[in-house]
Ligand binder design. Structure first.
Ligand code: SF4
Ligand code: SF4
Length: 427
């Protein structure tokens, strides 16, 4: 059973009024062959080859994968290995840009069936853009499609600082609505809900205007973290509970991120696949918070330089929000499809607090949206007790970080749960 209460966070949405700006094409991009959950792509271009923006440069024969396209025009300089922030060794295509940004001739397409929609989502190179990176075409290919009666659009953006989806709603509301209508038509879905936290009244008002006369409803949700977690969002928009081991489709629901659905529409109308991503640049070390449309494969150091950040002085940077983001060990890391924010912190905000003994206050239990017992899970992990970890249902943890955030003893509870899940996988 999910709780309706959660964690009240300060929002720090400093960039919410920052209109998206286009980053000039950098001299070089390094485009990874894995930017999604699933099988890595294999490069289909060779060093020395000329490429256009939007051209296919990587693909996989595996269904559970997403093709990769060039974000720039230029010449392939190398195919190299690098260690991604996940720790995996992956290939990336290095392209020297020619500054002309010549594009492929994109062909718009019309879709009206599930298969046509699935093919389009795959060809568009779209993987969940809210951060999860789940291949969109796999989600849309659910076999028992007659069971699906609700589309839930995740526009909660509940992490502090990040305003990437918010700007999508203000700047491209028609792409969102048309994308939703297309998914509903192809999958024969009768109703859709756009879940938006109520700290975004302008977006709620604008989308409410746009959905007049449609079967799409805008749901203003409490600004409570983690409102954007899939199971929480489904419960708070449809009242349906996704049990352990179930996927949303088992309860008749498909969930899509708001920027994902808009990108799907843009692919259908232009024939241009996903090559750029809007990224919020903010944090205590950033004087001019921005939203930047960035060519995928741009180095974070280039992006930060564009945003006016002195990279030599950066103490700590995160890919993603402060609750669920990943700390970067180097700024020489490329922007990928599911990046929605780069946060740069000053020394005071980056300091790691000292961990002390658990005082059994129970706060971690109170805030857990999945009703888990984080302190007990931590103990079970420390004892490597896999049976107890299963009994305590560690696999239900969505790694929202709420338990760690509230813990007065500053224990790394969420991180231990990640390690515990890995332990169970290896069992
Ligand atoms: S919040 Fe921290 S101190 Fe309190 S019970 Fe949980 S682990 Fe222990
Ligand atoms: S990280 Fe996991 S255990 Fe901690 S509050 Fe979130 S869901 Fe619960």
């Amino acid at each position: 059973m999910l709780k309706l209460n959660g964690l009240k966070l300060l929002h720090y949405k400093n960039s919410q009024d920052a209109q998206t700006v286009d980053m000039p094409v950098p001299a070089v991009v390094r485009i990874p062959m894995v930017q999604h959950m699933g099988a890595p792509c294999v490069p289909v271009v060779k060093p020395g080859e000329e490429v256009l923006a939007g051209q296919l440069i990587g693909k996989s024969e595996q269904a559970f994968s997403v093709p990769i396209h060039s974000s720039v025009s230029g010449k392939v300089k190398a195919i190299e290995d690098y260690v991604a922030s996940s720790g995996a060794l992956v290939k990336r295509v290095v392209i020297e840009t020619d500054g002309q940004q010549r594009w492929i001739d994109g062909t718009p397409r019309t879709v009206s069936t599930q298969q046509e929609l699935v093919d389009a989502a795959r060809d568009a190179g779209i993987a969940g853009l809210g951060g999860a990176g789940f291949p969109t075409h796999i989600k849309l290919a659910y076999k028992d499609v007659d069971r699906i009666d609700a589309l839930v659009i995740n526009a909660a953006e509940c992490e502090p600082y990040i305003t990437s989806d918010y700007r999508e709603m203000l700047e491209y509301p028609d792409d969102i609505i048309e994308g939703i209508k297309t998914v509903m038509k192809c999958l024969n879905i009768t109703k859709a809900f756009i879940g938006i936290e109520d700290n975004k009244p302008e977006a709620i008002a604008l989308l409410n205007q746009k959905v007049q006369g449609t079967a799409i409803r805008v749901e203003a949700l409490k600004s409570i973290y983690p409102q954007g977690a899939e199971k929480v969002l489904i419960y708070n928009t449809t009242g349906r509970i996704i049990e352990e081991g179930e996927i949303p489709a088992d309860k008749g629901v498909i969930v899509m991120n708001v920027t994902t659905v808009a990108n799907l529409h843009r692919f259908l109308t232009t024939g241009r696949p996903l090559t750029h991503k809007r990224v919020t640049v903010d944090g205590s070390f950033v004087t001019n918070p921005m939203n930047v449309r960035v060519p995928i494969g741009t180095m974070i150091s280039d992006l930060l330089e564009f945003a006016g950040v002195d990279c030599q002085m950066v103490h700590k940077a995160l890919m993603g929000g402060p609750m669920m983001g990943t700390a970067l060990d180097t700024l020489e890391t490329p922007i990928i499809k599911n990046n929605n924010a780069i946060l740069v912190l000053d020394e005071a905000h980056a300091r790691i607090p000292k961990t002390t003994a658990c005082i059994r206050c129970g706060r971690c239990i109170d805030v857990c949206p999945m009703n888990l017992m984080p302190a007990a899970l931590e103990k079970a992990y420390d004892q490597q007790d896999t049976e107890r970890l299963e009994t305590l249902k560690v696999n239900l943890c969505i790694n929202c970080g709420s338990c760690t955030y509230v813990c007065p003893a500053k224990r790394n509870l969420a991180q231990k749960n990640q390690l515990a899940k890995g332990l169970l996988k290896r069992k």
